[in-house]
Design a binder for this molecule. Structure first.
Ligand SMILES: Nc1ncnc2c1ncn2[C@@H]1O[C@H](COP(=O)(O)OP(=O)(O)OP(=O)(O)O)[C@@H](O)[C@H]1O
Ligand SMILES: [Mg+2]
Length: 254
């Protein structure tokens, strides 16, 4: 059964069809999303995560139509994401940033926070335990930085924390937009290792990962989809897609 399906999904910006009638289906797997710069990869994730409203087509999560939902509602339904450029709060600690990942699942009502603060405190304590649980399997090195400000941490830890914040709420689908951008070869290797642990040691979730680094895609993905000029031009295993003529032309210009 598919976790996420897009049916002929598209979006126009003026005269530009940034995403053009894309059918995508993802089950219990890691799907690599590749394509040259400007091919529509981030825009497609923006549609799936409710940041952009599709001009045409549908997005289905576990068979439920989520096409018209906004980002908070999509997050509550079970899709979490990271961004191509870091969106952490630099002047908050690691734990505070991770707790933000639980915001959409918060059960305490505002009046309980005011009149029954013990209820709110209990939920915060449970949230902190969950953050430690995630850090412990995803990257135990984060635990010792739990109360440090993000602004004091190196890029690789910031990228890890963004992913940790996305998985802390245990989504059904995780969207990763270039998680290794800006990392050196050794750091990229460490990141591949950490991402691999999400499905083996954490709760099993489907993952869509956008990457330009083909060594990352080949190691992490079970299946690959390639976009070019907003259209899906190839789909299959990494070796099938990397040898596809249209894909080679899109990347190398013929
Ligand atoms: N909000 C927007 N308004 C106008 N055009 C946009 C908007 N968002 C994206 N685009 C355009 O849509 C096209 C696809 O952009 P997108 O960011 O999805 O590409 P991408 O495949 O993620 O590229 P990269 O690999 O460089 O990140 C580009 O031509 C971009 O300029
Ligand atoms: Mg992009």
């Amino acid at each position: 059964m598919s976790v996420l399906k897009t049916e002929k999904v598209g979006i126009n910006f003026g005269g530009l069809k940034a995403v053009d009638s894309v059918d995508l289906e993802i089950g219990d797997e890691v799907l690599g999303l590749i394509g040259p710069n400007g091919s529509g990869k981030t825009t497609l994730l923006n549609i799936i995560s409710g940041i952009y409203r599709a001009s045409s087509g549908k997005v289905l999560l576990n068979d439920e139509d989520i096409t018209s939902l906004g980002p908070n509602q999509v997050r509550s339904k079970g899709i979490a994401r990271t961004f191509q450029t870091n969106r952490l709060c630099l002047n908050l600690s690691v734990i505070d940033n991770m707790l933000l990942g639980l915001y959409c699942q918060q059960k305490t009502k505002w009046w309980q926070t005011v009149f029954r603060p013990s209820v709110s405190l209990q939920e915060i304590h449970e949230g902190i335990s969950r953050c430690y649980e995630v850090m412990s399997y995803f990257n135990p090195g984060l635990v010792s930085h739990a109360y440090e400000l993000i602004s004091t941490l190196p890029l690789i830890d910031r990228r890890r924390i963004e992913i940790a914040r996305a998985i802390v709420g245990n989504p059904d689908l995780l969207l990763l937009d270039e998680p290794t951008a800006g990392l050196n070869t050794e750091e990229t290797h460490q990141m591949i290792n950490d991402i691999g642990k999400i499905r083996t040691q954490g709760n099993k979730m489907s993952i869509i990962i956008i990457e330009h680094d083909m060594s990352v895609i080949s190691k992490i993905s079970n299946r690959v989809v390639c976009l070019n000029a907003g259209k899906k031009i190839a789909e299959g295993t990494f070796s099938e897609v990397s040898q596809n003529e249209k894909v080679c032309t899109a990347y190398l210009g013929g």
